[in-house]
Design a protein around this ligand. Structure first.
Ligand code: 6R9
Length: 648
């Protein structure tokens, strides 16, 4: 039995929820979801109050999810305007730049209001209106938050593309949502290097054939090329833009944003989130999971290009009137003390990051942590992948000094907010477990093949969710059938998460990783099929199979088996060429860590690649290949093993 770690009595005494409160609220949230969410939906401001709380169906062929459907509201008004009466001069956003030499910025709610309105007015002048899509391709600068909230203010739908994605990936997403406007910056400084966003954006638009304008924010002032009548200078337009802009009245079910994420098939899907349900859930999870209190400084180290940045840098904290820290840089620049120096400098109270960052920093030694005063930190959090106990213990002892509860939050782009997480004052933690469900969330463990629910407390199988929660994704952009097929077809009547899970005898949930062809590299989700299709798009590649393998820092690394075209021969040069190729097709995060030349791939007689075998070879687990008798040509396996051995 792993040890459990309760919060200190002091922490519990001041927490929003202790064990009794959690039990009571959780019980109500599942026995009477209408009553529970009807009450907690009021934590945000509605223009027209809702009368219908929940109207959801997971029924095959008729999946339909609506929360607060007859209510109207505006997300930007909730995140900004409603705080003006009481906290106009409170800092809303602390911005910490890539280089510690450059000055941090402090943006108050009053200033945030003016900036969001100006950006919204610029959008309107460029012809963007309610329901239009705006793609954001931005560095981690305050303008990224302005750009999101400006969309929300006028009812436009944003779709953020992480600045580490390539021009090709950006172009595909602009086309995918038929966006009218692309908002970007000249350059994105990160870790002392600089990504030329504007020139990537120029390249992306070469493959966009509808009318899409570009709004460019000045970050470094570096050189860019300019296309008249298509490109617009944000900083110049801002000078004359009005700082007042009425907030559009939106229906609760109007889409707030689209965010592309990887699945088990080649094409990333556009996850659609709603306005009302999403905001209520972002607000409530931010307050309870992080035990956020007025005046706290909250830091989530994610990028706004991922869902974590949406919910816990921008929407959750701002709707709660928090001070949210936005960091442009990386944990190891200028050196491995940067996170801790930023915590000390801005007196951070809650710190939320990914296991991959913790492992990387742990590898650099404790001295980098010990040089900073971390006494302001009250709570630590993790997200994105399972955390191994060694990293958990280091985080707890060295960073938290044994004083701070750790919330290991399990959730997904699709879920909008935390679904399984400790509430720090209520649930003693166990290293590596996301512990218990959040209010209103009913996890179930199904037997993978039969789909039967396992009712014993101790259970292992696939993780599904039994009923809807307010921030559940509503559809796949432009393809509701794909939404149903991906999440509701394998296990009828449930939302299928794609994760494997174990529940222990105390009812604690332990996520065991994806059960589909999705891998998790440094906390970034990637479909193996995406990387494969990038590889086979290269003229010298005949076939490719990609699997994950255990990686000390990244959690999983990308292992690519590549079969070359007849007449091509493997070389170091070609290996480099393929690495660069994948970077260009998808982005640096998709670059294979290992490429193995494979004269043949293990296939069934019907031509299906047997990934199970490739995974085992990549893991150096040759003894456990399982049944290879269905292979068309079993000898390819011996070749692959021999080659893998040669590499070690
Ligand atoms: C928020 C986010 C979702 C996938 C998810 C799971 C993995 C996320 C986790 C975790 C174990 C945690 N995951 N949090 N696994 N413990 N605390 O990361 O969204 O990028 O969509 O990834 O990440 O496998 O299914 P997203």
């Amino acid at each position: 039995m792993p040890e459990t770690y309760p919060a200190s009595p002091d922490f519990i005494a001041n927490a929003h929820a202790d064990a009794d409160t959690y039990e009571r609220m959780y019980a109500q949230s599942v026995s009477d979801p209408e009553g529970f969410w009807g009450e907690h939906g009021k934590r945000i401001d509605w223009i027209k109050p809702y009368t219908v709380v929940k109207n959801t169906s997971f029924a095959p062929g008729n999946v339909d999810i609506k929360w607060f459907e007859d209510g109207t509201l505006n997300v930007a008004a909730n995140c900004v305007d409603r705080h003006l009466a009481e906290r106009a001069d409170q800092v809303a956003i602390i911005w910490e730049p890539d280089s510690p030499e450059e000055e941090a910025k402090h943006i108050t709610y009053r200033e945030l209001h003016a900036e969001v309105c100006k950006m919204a007015n610029i959008y309107k002048d460029l012809g963007v209106g309610k329901g239009d899509r705006v793609v954001l391709y931005m560095p981690m600068i305050p303008e990224a938050a302005y750009a999101m909230l400006a969309c929300a203010r006028i009812g436009a739908i944003h779709s953020i593309v992480f600045a580490g994605f390539s021009a090709d990936a950006l172009g595909a997403r602009i086309n995918g949502s038929d966006a009218k406007l692309l908002v970007t910056a000249d350059y994105a400084p990160r870790g002392g290097r600089s990504t030329p966003l504007k020139s990537n954006a120029d390249a992306a638009l070469l493959n966009v054939f509808h009318d899409c304008k570009m709004l460019v924010v000045k970050r470094t002032g570096g050189q860019t090329t300019w296309t008249e009548d298509r490109d617009f200078d944000y900083n110049a337009l801002r000078e004359t833009a009005s700082a007042e802009c009425a907030a559009e009245e939106m229906a609760a079910e109007d889409p707030l944003f689209i965010l592309y994420t990887s699945g088990s098939t080649g094409q990333p899907k556009g996850v659609v989130h709603s306005t009302g349900g999403y905001l209520v859930f972002a607000s409530m999870t931010h307050q309870y999971t992080f035990d956020y209190h007025d005046g706290d400084i909250f830091w989530c180290t994610a990028d706004v290009g991922w869902v974590t940045g949406h919910s816990y840098i921008v929407y959750g904290p701002l709707v709660n009137g928090a001070t949210t820290l936005m960091f442009e840089g990386v944990p190891t620049y200028p050196d491995a003390s940067r996170f801790w120096q930023v915590c000390e400098k801005h007196r951070v109270n809650q710190f939320y990051t990914a296991p991959t960052a913790i492992r990387a920093l742990m590898g650099q030694g404790d001295d980098y942590v010990k040089g900073s005063d971390l006494s302001s930190i009250r709570l630590l959090g993790t997200v994105g992948e399972p955390i191994n106990p060694e990293a958990w213990n280091w985080y707890n002892d060295v960073v938290g000094g044994g004083r701070c509860p750790i919330v290991d939050t399990w959730w997904q782009t699709e879920t909008g907010g935390h679904l399984i997480t400790p509430l720090p004052g209520a649930i003693p933690t166990k290293p590596g477990s996301a512990t218990k469900p959040f209010f209103g969330v009913q996890p179930v463990i199904l037997e993978p093949t039969s789909g039967e629910e396992i009712h014993d407390t101790a259970a292992e199988g696939v993780l599904c969710i039994k009923d809807s929660w307010p921030a559940q994704m509503r559809t796949v952009w432009g393809d509701h059938a794909r939404f149903e097929k991906t999440y509701f077809a394998d296990y009828k009547g449930y939302y299928f998460t794609g994760d494997g899970c174990r529940r222990d005898e105390d009812g604690y949930y332990w996520i065991t990783g994806r059960v589909d062809d999705v891998i998790n590299v440094s906390g970034h989700r990637m479909g193996t099929a995406e990387v494969e299709s990038a590889l086979v798009a290269h003229v010298k590649v005949a076939e490719a199979a990609v699997v994950g393998y255990p990686h000390d820092i990244k959690g999983q690394g990308i292992y690519a088996y590549v079969t070359l075209m007849n007449g091509e021969s493997p070389s170091e040069e070609l290996r480099k060429e393929l690495e660069v190729w994948v970077r260009t097709e998808i982005g640096p995060i998709a670059k294979p860590d290992l490429i193995q030349w494979a004269p043949g791939l293990p296939k069934t007689r019907s031509g299906k690649i047997m990934r199970r075998i490739l995974r085992k070879i990549a893991e150096d687990d040759f003894g456990a290949l399982g049944d290879t008798s269905t292979l068309a040509d079993p000898s390819v396996v011996d070749d692959l093993i021999e080659n893998r051995m040669n590499k070690l």
